[in-house]
Design a protein around this ligand. Sequence first.
Ligand code: GAL
Length: 839
Amino acid sequence: MKKIYSILSVIALFCFLAVSCSSEKDVRQVSDFTEGWKFNLGDEPEAYKADFDDNNWRQLDLPHDWSIEADFSLSNPATPGGGALPGGIGWYRKEFTVDQADKDKTIYIDFDGIYWLSKVWVNGKLIGERPNGYISFRYDLTPYIKYGEKNVIAVRVDNSKQPNSRWYSGSGIYRNVWLTKVNPVHVDYWGTYVTTPSVTDQEASVKIVTRIKNGNTSEQDVELYSVLVDATGKEVATVNVSVKLSASDTVSVEQTLNVDNPTLWSVENPYMYKVVTRIVQNDKLIDNYETPIGIRYFHFDADKGFFLNGKSVKIKGVCNHHDLGALGAAVNVRAIERQLEILKEMGCNGIRTAHNPPAPELLDLCDKMGFIVMDEAFDMWRKKKSPYDYSQYFPEWHERDLTDLILRDRNHPSIFMWSVGNEVLEQWSHIDADTLDLQQANMILNFANTLDNKKIQSEDLHINSLVASKLADIVKKLDPTRPVTTGNNETEPSNHVFRSGSMDIIGFNYHENNWGEEFHKKFPDQKLIITESTSGLMSRGYYEMPSDSMNIWPERWDKPFDRPVHQCSSYDNCHVPWGTTHEDSWRAVKNNPHISGIYIWTGFDYLGEPTPFWWPSRSSYFGIIDLAGIPKDVYYMYQSEWTDKDVLHVFPHWNWKEGQTVDIWAYYNNADEVELFLNGKSLGKKSKEADQFHVMWRVPFVKGTLKAVSYKNGKEVLVKETKTSGDPVSIKLTADRSKIKADGKDLSFVTVEALDANGIPVPVADDLIDFTVSGNGFIAGTDNGDATDSTSLKRPRRKLFSGKAVVILQSGRKSGNITLTAKSEKLKSATIDISTHGD
Ligand code: GAL
């Protein structure tokens, strides 16, 4: 059988070579459609008309998030449960022409995501509406195009009703837009579904289902080729079949390829193949479509957790919201890649797309970089969590939105689970404030403050379970290869979602006391994933003593917590009442083999939900990494546990008041013990007890040098020194990349620090720095990770927070240099050059 296949493959390859001279590029043109748009903030009821005068509108390139441009000090973007974001109504317009030569083509516009309630017109005709702010969608422009003439596309985005989200959503066409030109016979939108029904180290079968659309009003005969191409570009297997397409019909064609000795996709070696689909008619190539794939197999086990390619792998993941800090929600591939690089460096191997469909580029990067993704659809079903949220569109749109999510994403090898909901209120039949635990109470109290009717309606178990089952069924029909789960903060079997019996994996949010062996008593034979955990609260570089008692434990979560300093201590001793310390949640996961893994809340700080302080704080304290992308101390706890590289991280800084008692923590690995020296004098060696993740010394502060040395079998592994600094005198700029692409999109992240007269970084510096830029680029944003800093993140001015800030430089489209200058009243200025290049 295998032999016949390979003979067929060879024949197919020859056949294909005979026709491949037709220009491959021309058969499917996908162009970036993000340049040269006009924008107006505010409603313009006539702006849908083709001849509307938009001369005074602002010119910009997409992706664009208008909310991030607002001055945060003027609005209240975030309170838990959803605050009012600088939203409003925005209009976008773009003129474009389509050549006469393309008269016979089918022309689509593809939006990756618009937040939200978008309506699109072309040449004055309404072509579609989409409430969901995170879903990707396509419109067929063909019937409305005027060939060889000016065409106008107009998009109205309505984010005026606030609050409609529990986190910062952003506003506008904040993801990419594409113009796709194809022949009338073509691979449909998200038109391939590639699975690997059997995989071993020796052989894999690759099943390809291709949906071919015939846009002609006559029957068509075509040949469909599917070619498997490896990462080096080599065609490793080919299959072809003749297909008869009825007039104006769409057909699904199934093919199977076999590949010998496949290189399997894993988190360490995320090896990518691609399936190239070619449609050939009368020896002419008429469509060419690529589907990146990975070959791997996996399963979840009720007793032993998650297995990838036959090997046990603990999912060490984080939840992230979609904003990119100072860039807001506007998608930038380099900004996403940088986030993933920082996480990968920490040893993180998983991402949960909390709580919505992500940008497609995030998934492409997770494929290439090796992350285990939980792709999540919804944060609410029919019951609302904030007054104007998606619950109002759920009844009409859930099926379409969920279907589109699965169709779009199901070929990504990085996706291993679908989540159809996060902490949906349908978990309960009724909510009675007297019987709630703290977490539920917090949730309800927050929401009750904002709900119109102030009353959560009683719901029937039957209806709630039906919704859960229906969503799971939608997913299963489209992708039976991956399990379905939900994030649940009701961890008892009485939860209506569990009682529906439709979840393949039980997902727990928090409640770590229920993760251990008693899980199996309550849920016999079920698999467990910690969909969300921890919710630690930390401000980078900010410390309060003592470190070994809980630092903040507010009792009233229905009110903002208040105290003079709106910061949370960076020792791992601060978390929400429903959460845990990082160490506690990781310990529970590490010690329980049946737990498949954990998605920590959160990898990065995000805009909105500034628990526990609320407005005027405007971003979260939950991140392992701050909003500017600078790791907090606990990052190194994970690095010491999750990677093999040598780690020794000692904190806090060494600038304190003389005589003050300071707790010094060290995270380390690959060593038996750590010795601490203060000004050359040993303060003793410490080693972690079993199940401990740090060691601590309590020391009266004396200025000078703190030195830590880790030892393995008596031999030094690492040495770390921290010195007391003097006052800041100069600025230091360090770029993550000094050479970037001149594509108008690439970024260099420049870290700004203050140094003392001896060149020692000043960890407590808070100088205000002004930035100017010249050359081929601009400042896309500035940040310092301080959740209380309400200066617009777009301003070229920022105070240092705990001694640091970050400037995000974005390239223009010319090769050359970007020169960034940083000035501050009392400090010596600094300059850095970033080169931009065309290749
Ligand atoms: C969870 C929720 C998250 C976030 C988190 C904060 O309950 O799923 O979206 O709000 O709490 O601790």
